[in-house]
Design a protein around this ligand. Structure first.
Ligand code: ATP
Length: 301
């Protein structure tokens, strides 16, 4: 889905940069084949002091504008409590990534509401909304610039981020050691014109980026393929640190994530059909969850 391709630590930054480049933003919306509901930087901003970061989908119906005849969600309802970890599972193509696109307002529902702390997200300032949401995708995109710049990119104002803040985020993300091993350290250029990083190293840079952003809400698209044992451990530990104290929504592919989640939601044919803890869901003899567990290869690490 679209967001996976562009999401890094901060789609919000991606957007604000893009917006700066594009002027009023109309071009991007053209690219997304839809009209903005709101002028881009308008709408309500919630009081930071009382901000909880609780999300709720209520009776959401949605089809992609390009394929209006194919409903993705039909009466989709899901509550994601503040400060908890909710894991979303479901068959391939069920619409798991689409949930994230809707939360980021890349698209709006045809009917029904998505709310944040009880406020319809369509009433909220999209720039503010995205500043509260961090994303880490399974294939993070790094830009062809220095590692320091790639990490700072997560912050609302990348130019004001200090070297010490970048190093601190990298340390918590278990990335500092490998970065410091490069002769140029944090100034090492990555990508086509620089060093090539392993999947696990890229993920840890994306985690450092998200740590710097420090969002209340975290959307994770878990990697479907296993990393080598060392990377696996370092990435998981970094993710655990990143998730601490936030509202977390994970497209889950790992059994360990599913088992540790406060709640597992099962998506099938456009709606959430089962919701509960892993052990509870397993007890339902004819449940979709049991079937998925038997059929789908979750990464066992
Ligand atoms: P997977 O587990 O395979 O990643 P998913 O559950 O995340 O799948 P989505 O990526 O949300 O599923 O896609 C749900 C459906 O919507 C799929 O049939 C997909 O082809 C379709 N779809 C995704 N993005 C678009 C788009 N931009 N326009 C039209 N259809 C789309």
């Amino acid at each position: 889905a679209f967001w996976v391709g562009v999401s890094v630590g901060g789609l919000s930054s991606f957007y604000s940069e893009l917006m700066k480049g594009l002027g009023a933003g109309s071009r991007l919306w053209e690219l997304l084949e839809r009209e903005p509901e709101l002028p881009f930087n308008e709408g309500a901003v919630l009081n930071e002091k009382n901000f909880q970061g609780a999300l709720e989908f209520k009776n959401v119906h949605f089809a992609y504008p390009a394929r209006p005849e194919v409903p993705i969600f039909q009466d989709f309802s899901l509550s994601i409590p503040s400060g908890s970890v909710t894991a979303l599972v479901g068959p391939s193509g069920a619409g798991k990534s689409t949930v994230i696109s809707l939360l980021l307002r890349l698209y709006d529902p045809g009917s029904g509401t998505i709310s944040l702390d009880g406020h319809d997200i369509r009433q909220l300032n999209p720039v503010w909304l995205r500043s509260k949401i961090g994303t880490v995708s399974q294939e993070p995109i790094l830009f062809s610039c220095s590692i320091a710049e790639n990490i700072a990119y997560g912050a609302d104002d990348p130019a004001s981020v200090t070297a010490a803040q970048i190093e601190q985020a990298a340390a918590v993300a278990n990335a500092a050691a490998f970065i410091q091993n490069f002769p140029q350290g944090f100034n090492t250029v990555v990508g086509e014109k620089g060093v090539l990083l392993s999947g696990g190293q890229k993920q840890r840079i994306a985690i450092a980026r998200a740590l710097l952003k420090n969002p209340k809400i975290l959307l994770l698209d878990e990697a479907t393929s296993a990393l080598d044992a060392e990377n696996e451990h370092l990435v998981q530990q970094a993710l655990d640190r990143l998730m601490e104290g936030r509202t977390v929504f994970i497209i889950a592919h790992r059994l360990s994530t599913i088992k540790n989640a406060n709640m597992v939601a099962v998506l099938d044919r456009g709606r959430i059909i089962e919701c509960g803890k892993h052990e509870e869901l397993l007890l339902k003899p004819d449940g979709m969850y049991r079937k998925l567990m038997n059929k789908q290869s979750f990464v066992s690490a």
